[in-house]
Ligand binder design. Sequence first.
Ligand SMILES: Cc1ncc(COP(=O)(O)O)c(C=O)c1O
Length: 456
Amino acid sequence: MTQDFSAIKAADRKHHIHPFSFPKIVKDRPLKRFITSAEGIYQIDENGHRILDGISGMGCVNLGYGRKDIVQAMSSAAQSLSYHASFWECGNAYSAKLVEKLAEITPNNMQHFFFANSGSEANDTAVKMVRWFWKLQGKPTKKHIIGREHSYHGMNMMTASLTGLEVCHQQFDLPMEGVSHIPAPWSWAAGTSLDDVAFSKQCAQHLEDEILRLGPDNVGAFIGEPMQVTGFCIVAPVNYWQEIQAICKKYDVLLIADEVVTGFGRSGCWFAQDYLQYEADITVMAKGLTSAYFPMSVVALNKRVGQAISDDSGEFYHGYTCTGHPVGAAVAMKNIEIIEDENILQRNREGLIPQLTHRLNALADHPLVGEVRGLGSLLCLQLTADKTTRAFFPEAMEADAIVAQHALRHGAIVRNFGADTIGLAPPLVSTETEIDLLADIVEKALDDAQGQINAM
Ligand SMILES: Cc1ncc(COP(=O)(O)O)c(C=O)c1O
């Protein structure tokens, strides 16, 4: 017998301000989905329907839902040390083990780590670290941070400012001072005829121009997601990150890699920097660190930045109540241990990633699909109204939302990011059969959406 959730749903609609939702719609209409449990790669709704989660929650539930081994690690840590503050030169065994492990698996031999609770907090902390670092170098004017259009770095005042999506600025009079955005390396929208190497040079040149416009003495860092996710799944062309890294080095501007989504296996390597072969000065991680069983994020510093900061004799006036939470650290350790023990990175490189890529590439001929792009198991279908001219559908049509609705009707969650993009990032533990099912559903959803769009 299914449980009746109508009273509790009414309470939710009356009292809950949902993120990235229209409060009035929540108040006036039924919720789109009401999920009561989840297991493996499936979310289960109030009517017992199992919905295949093709986007790992929000690109975070990398090891799937309801894993007993993670729950066990969480429960045993909560029983032995449910909380501890790592403020005031204090430590605990859980976060100590985690930093030791992170030093082993992070790129560029990162040696220093700071914990926060979300990607937003970690990026915000990274900006503070940049300012502190440059002050320690006797260069206090190096404060400006350059980001990119369409990027997503979080929703705090600073990180929303760094986010290059105008919709996230208007309501709050952002961006704040000290932030600017250069064009994203979005070859589809640019309609470029340049090859990857030439397009990379052209895109990276925007960074050099912006540094010179501001004056290198005023620029603290450049921040970028290895692959822009929320902002339309933009994959940088080959060589882009090498060009960017060279420009940052030339003008002594720190490079921040926002690996909140791409970290912990999404690329088939621990970090997208390993896969793309570049090295940031600061790496920000969250989501896949704990597979979202616990809210936890990390700012990792390379030797140069970490050494300067850890050699400073002044106090670091920054931290959050739950920084380095022992339960979060235990979950992260177990999460990493599972990735290692189950050989998930290699299995993904040899199985899930080629299979998903192959299945989605086969959809490139579909009349609605202009391009298939991605990084590792984070893939995107770029829909188009015209394959030749690369025309976007009228914005109000929300073509990507139509596809996502049909996918849901067929039993899978995919993400409509806007700008006619459909994103897929299934849990890294998805089986071959589940990936085939997901791809079959996407194909059906495209056919249905095409019928609906043609009839409009
Ligand atoms: C690349 C990137 N950075 C930062 C964030 C912000 O993370 P959080 O929502 O945990 O604050 C996100 C969230 O989706 C993200 O995708």
